[in-house]
Design a protein around this ligand. Sequence first.
Ligand SMILES: [Mn+2]
Length: 326
Amino acid sequence: MKIPEEMSKAIEEAQSVVLFTHVHPDGDALGSLLGFAAILEGMQKKVFCYLEEPVPHLYNFLPGRDRVNTTLDELFSFVEESEKVIAISLDCGDSRRLGKHETRLLEVKPFLVIDHHQSHKDFGDYRWVDPRKSSTGEMVFEIAQNLQAPISYEAAYNLYVAISTDTGSFCYEATSPRTLRIAAELVELGVQPDEVSGKIYNNYTSERIRLMEMVLGTLRLYKKGKVAMIHVTQDMFAKSKARPEDIEGFVDFPRSIRGVKVAAFVKENKDSVISVSLRAKGSCDVAELARVFNGGGHRNAAGFRFADKTLEQVQQLVVDQLIPLV
Ligand SMILES: [Mn+2]
């Protein structure tokens, strides 16, 4: 799918842009947010990057992270003082994932949406949604190229982080020839893959490794080893002193086991919401599985959540209703 004409036009004509992404942002969310911010500034536009929470410490190395502003009042002052302002939501498959100020954020008009989630639920005024794209970072690159906007080193670095994290270092199904060509162009712009992967993967705290030890200790296998499940509790966070974002990537361990087709990671969050991340290996479609509990995501990575159940109850639901479908 090509970039909608009215979207390119809206971006071209805008003088000011507010950028949003999803709550609990991952590498693609942050990389496309900061990468696009740098590109838009290069086009002489004023940019406001809003996040509900500060940049997670795992991503403190991203250039331009200081652009992020978490103050809603400042966001609306920016909007009021701006002429020809547009909002762009990046990597957000559902407007609920804009966070607790969803309704207010959606008041900024026109509201543009750029996303690649298979389970995308339409919102906003102009949309470019393409589930075949590896990452939102890849889509931001396409837009920059389409608008003939220069891509600075800072923008290239952030887009490379977005693309490389969302493709599992160029391993997942959505990694296309185009994805690799874009990555090559970003490397030509000065990004060093070894330096970036060093920052992403060799930059963990000892608290994270302590937490990992506890979480991996919860591994259970079902269906003759076709399904693997792990979980994390608030108690484990307290004991390890790890931070909420330290669990990123844990679900890849059960997924990596030989014979496993689906990995499930059940998480007890601070607000006592229980969330479940699903990862598939091979042809299994976990977005389909997640729909059983009103969740969503991609074929390979999906999830759902419950606000009114205990961790044990959710695990039981997974075992009773989801695992038989694998
Ligand atoms: Mn993404």
